[in-house]
Design a protein around this ligand. Structure first.
Ligand SMILES: [Zn+2]
Length: 175
């Protein structure tokens, strides 16, 4: 998927959350962050994995060995972020390359959350590069209840990526 398509999808997903709540397509943010996965309750050594992308309710992992479906896991970060816990929804792959979909529980943040998204965060979110897994989850969590920041995201998307805005416009009557 190219950048124009990706941002077009973002504009659309942000639009549908307001007008068509049941048909919202989840917007996925690529993070490619290296993490360690611990199977709960504390079974064996953590397994290295890569967070491929993050959406509002979950994330996708790439790892060298499969995770049992429905198992509980904890995702450990190399930064000072607190671990995230979640449940394995699916896992498929072969030959040492496996992909797992994780449904994540509510995220506990290591720092108090600011009242609104930071000005620097908005272009990084729209551009799909530069935020960590936990930062994306924090943005998603905030956007789920803040209309003002929701609007800022859409404005930033069509300002920074006019082609993507037009793409979304073609599929919808107005923005
Ligand atoms: Zn806000």
């Amino acid at each position: 998927m190219n950048q124009t398509q990706r941002v077009g999808e973002l504009v659309e997903s942000r639009r549908s959350v307001e007008t068509r709540p049941n048909r919202r397509k989840e917007f996925r943010y690529p993070t490619h962050e290296l993490v360690q996965i611990e199977l709960l309750p504390g079974r064996g050594d953590p397994v290295p994995a890569t967070v491929i992308d993050v959406a509002k309710s979950g994330l996708r992992l790439e790892l060298v060995r499969p995770l049992p479906r429905c198992s509980r896991i904890e995702i450990l970060f190399s930064t000072s972020e607190l671990p995230i816990s979640g449940e394995v929804r699916y896992c498929h792959g072969f030959d040492g390359v496996y992909y797992a979909g994780i449904f994540i529980d509510e995220v506990v943040h290591s720092r108090p959350l600011p009242e609104h998204l930071h000005d620097d965060e908005i272009p990084l979110y729209v551009g799909g590069d530069g935020l960590s897994t936990v930062e994306v989850l924090r943005v998603e969590q905030h956007l789920s209840h803040c209309v003002a920041c929701h609007r800022s995201i859409r404005v930033a998307a069509v300002t920074l990526y006019p082609a993507a805005g037009r793409l979304a416009l073609r599929r919808n009557d107005s923005l």
